[in-house]
Design a protein around this ligand. Structure first.
Ligand code: FPP
Length: 250
């Protein structure tokens, strides 16, 4: 498999010694193409993608990933045909009910990042309930990005910070990178170390724009999200272990 871009030489990684990323982001891309290849409606791809989301999340928790952020629905995805958006909303509801049961057993804390106010009251209630019920879970933090966009998140942060400055609660000279981070949905969490995107698209698509400043990207060519396996995840983790992170230093 052409798994990754940019690594010149693939050294063999000893998985028992490998350094794991603390925070992994996944852009779950390729559901539509997966369905099209099989002559199925796009919704069928989302259905299989949703069950894979559940499997991969549980696997991440089992191997010791501490933070996982998945991109489920972007601020731009509302532009899709009405039937597809409706099918996705129904799927989110059904899968969340089931997945939350698993996550409770697995001690996973769930947070939704994005503007929840756009969803139906029923879905919003489920999202709030999920966050409340899992608030004391400790083995992994799962962020589900829904109606999320990195630019929208930054705009909200800028507005909130300007309001605080206007109200005299904050001085302009006190605005630091930390202050900005503290006004994002991911406040208090470490930035992602590794972002994985299957499906052969090489873009960030407005995902964690601020937080990904020093993330390592692994773009996987030959795999669409519904087929993305635990071995594909392991390959991405191997690749992460091969990278030399310098954070702008030498
Ligand atoms: C991108 O593939 C995928 C989405 C926009 C939806 C992702 C949603 C899921 C995997 C379901 C997750 C479920 C829960 C409960 C969080 P695409 O449709 O853009 O595929 P394409 O690029 O092949 O058209």
């Amino acid at each position: 498999m052409t798994a990754v871009l940019f690594t010149k030489k693939k050294t063999k990684i000893d998985r028992s010694q490998r350094v794991l990323p603390v925070h992994v982001g996944i852009i779950m891309d390729g559901n539509g193409r997966w369905a099209k290849k099989r002559g199925l409606p796009r919704q069928a791809g989302h259905q299989v993608g949703a069950s894979n989301f559940r499997k991969i999340t549980r696997y991440c928790q089992r191997i010791g990933i501490k933070y996982l952020t998945v991109y489920a629905f972007s601020t731009e995805n509302w532009k899709r045909p009405k039937e597809e958006v409706e099918a996705l909303m129904n799927l989110f509801y059904d899968y969340l009910v089931e997945a939350l049961r698993d996550f409770r057993e697995d001690n996973i804390r769930v947070t939704f990042i994005g503007d929840m106010s756009a969803f139906s009251p029923k879905l919003q209630e489920l999202m709030v309930e999920t966050m409340e019920l899992s608030a004391d879970k400790t083995s992994m933090q799962l962020n589900i990005a829904m109606n999320y966009g990195g630019r929208d998140e930054l705009l909200r942060a800028v507005k909130a910070i300007s309001n605080e400055v206007a109200a005299g609660a904050l001085q302009e000279s006190d605005i630091t990178a930390e202050v900005v981070s503290d006004h994002l949905y991911t406040a208090g969490q470490p930035d992602p170390d590794l972002i994985i995107r299957p499906s052969g698209e090489y873009r960030t698509s407005n995902f964690l724009l601020w937080q990904s400043a020093y993330a390592e990207y692994v773009f996987m060519d030959d795999i669409l999200w519904p087929d993305f396996s635990t071995e594909n995840l392991e390959e991405a983790l191997d690749e992460y272990a091969r990278r030399h992170r310098r954070f702008g230093g030498v």
